[in-house]
Write a new protein. Structure first.
Length: 163
């Protein structure tokens, strides 16, 4: 398979994966673009793998986890544009999805990466450990802490009784 074919076939899925991982469509596009530039330069080796798509996903995770080091040196503009909160749909499904996305944004990067790889990409703890370069126990610890944080933030609001 040629790189152009791979990119055309895989780009929508890679962008969706990166968007879920980063929580920001613009950042997702930047991460995928950066990764695909590197993939193009090494396509002879990457294209020969059994599953180049999985390898590229791993590259996306690594790029996402390290972008802060790379982009931390960029000086902010004097007048940054005002951040506009996303307008959530009135449908319950969309409201829940927005609430979950907001809470995912609050998680540390590795915890978020573990949840995305486990629940979005359907990877096992061992596969996630390979992607993140840590042990399966560490992956379970990240997942446990992330889910506990989400339970606290997304839990039901206690009803106050009036006397």
């Amino acid at each position: 398979m040629m790189f152009e074919e791979f990119a055309a076939d895989s780009l929508p899925g890679l962008l969706r994966f990166a968007a879920v991982l980063t929580g920001d469509r613009g950042l997702a596009e930047d991460v995928v673009q950066e990764v695909l530039l590197r993939v193009y330069g090494h396509w002879a080796r990457i294209g020969a793998l059994d599953s180049p798509k999985h390898y590229v996903r791993r590259m996306i995770v690594n790029e996402y986890l390290s972008w802060r080091r790379r982009w931390g040196r960029v000086a902010p503009h004097a007048d940054p544009p005002a951040v506009v909160d996303p307008v959530s749909d009135h449908a319950a499904v969309h409201a829940e999805r927005d609430a979950l996305r907001i809470e995912l944004d609050k998680l540390p990067r590795r915890q978020r990466a573990v949840l995305v790889l486990r629940y979005y990409a359907g990877m096992s703890d061992i596969e996630i450990a390979e992607v993140l370069g840590c042990g399966a126990g560490t992956v379970r610890g990240y997942a446990s802490r992330a889910l506990a944080a989400l339970r606290v933030e997304l839990g039901p609001t206690p009803v106050k009784e009036h006397s």
